[in-house]
Design a protein. Structure first.
Ligand code: AMP
Length: 305
């Protein structure tokens, strides 16, 4: 059975202290689907684009065995556009532009063959749309949700409804503080899990990620890269690696969730090494697995007895 992914499909304009790129392929659904495509198929992608969306981007997604029956194209309309600027500290990003375009009127229709998917990843998109997707699913057993400050601030009531229906929420540290209205991350995690999700993952950029559940906090490092080129899509690639591995193994036990967090961090590390989606375009599963092993070495330590 397929892995259902919904999110934005975007043309991004990104500036870092080192370089700049205009109208590059981006969007949460794109990064998540590309990252997940290295695990097991089929990946079902639900999203919307306008007529300005390049045929080459479609080909790239198809070449990664991403099923595009759920990708709607709207004639005479423009694709969602986003623009961001990174500071010298690449953990700090300013959003310069969010132009919803086709996303503003998007009404996702889930193709028949997608509806039985057990694993669902609700990528960063309007929570109203995330709810519409869930309403059309038959009986998903594991739903993972991503979101961002834009929606926490703008659509909190709708987001709270989504959180009641998901097993995992993935957000970054500043978003967790914003959502919980609590500066301490451990307390914030408790408050957010009380909103619905059994598991919470808090991403901390180059400082790794934390997985919270009832009685454990698991901490995974980020890969120590010397060259971080473009952090855009790191969070989505993390989500794609996380859900891709769970879907491949069909195991949602806590030990496997921890491994999935490390696979998520692995995909994020490939993503940031190049601009736009380039870092996710030409990998092999062997490369992914080798870096996963490097991750394990990063924090392995023996007891002194
Ligand atoms: P990340 O760096 O993982 O947070 O994700 C960056 C991607 O999110 C970019 O490719 C953007 O196109 C997309 N994005 C930014 N803002 C939004 C938004 N409000 N809704 C949906 N997608 C967005």
């Amino acid at each position: 059975m397929g892995l259902l992914i919904v999110g934005s499909v975007a043309l991004d304009t990104v500036a870092t202290p080192f370089d700049r790129i205009d109208n590059a392929l981006g969007g949460s659904a794109v990064y998540i689907s590309l990252a997940a495509s290295y695990f097991s198929g089929p990946v079902y992608m639900v999203g919307v684009v306008g007529e300005d969306f390049d045929r080459e981007h479609i080909k790239l997604l198809e070449d990664h065995n991403i099923d595009l029956e759920g990708l709607k194209m709207v004639d005479g309309a423009k694709t969602f556009r986003w623009s961001g600027k990174y500071h010298y500290d690449l953990n700090v990003r300013d959003t310069l532009l969010t132009e919803l375009n086709v996303l503003a009127t998007f009404d996702p229709v889930i193709p028949e063959k997608y509806r039985k998917s057990r694993f669902v990843l609700l990528g960063n998109i309007d929570p109203t749309l995330q709810l519409k997707v869930l309403e059309q699913m038959e009986n998903p057993s594991f739903v993972i949700c991503d979101t961002m400050n834009f929606w926490i601030e703008g659509k909190k009531a709708e987001l709270l409804k989504v959180l009641k229906k998901v097993q995992v929420l993935i957000i970054n540290d500043s978003e967790a503080r914003l959502l919980a209205q609590e500066p301490n991350l451990i307390k914030a995690a408790r408050l957010i899990r009380a909103m619905g999700p059994e598991y919470l993952i808090i991403k901390k950029g180059e400082h790794g990620a934390l997985l919270f559940c009832d009685n454990t906090v698991f901490s995974a490092p980020a890969y120590p890269l010397e060259n971080i080129y473009d952090p855009t899509g790191a969070g989505d690639s993390f989500a794609g690696g996380f859900v891709g591995y769970l879907h491949k193994t069909q195991d949602i036990g806590i030990e496997n969730l921890k491994r999935a967090v490390v696979f998520g961090s692995t995909m994020a590390s490939f993503c940031v090494e190049r601009f736009s989606t380039k870092g996710l375009e030409n990998l092999t599963y062997l490369q992914v697995h080798d870096r996963f092993r490097e991750f394990l070495k990063l924090s392995r330590v023996d007891d002194d007895d």
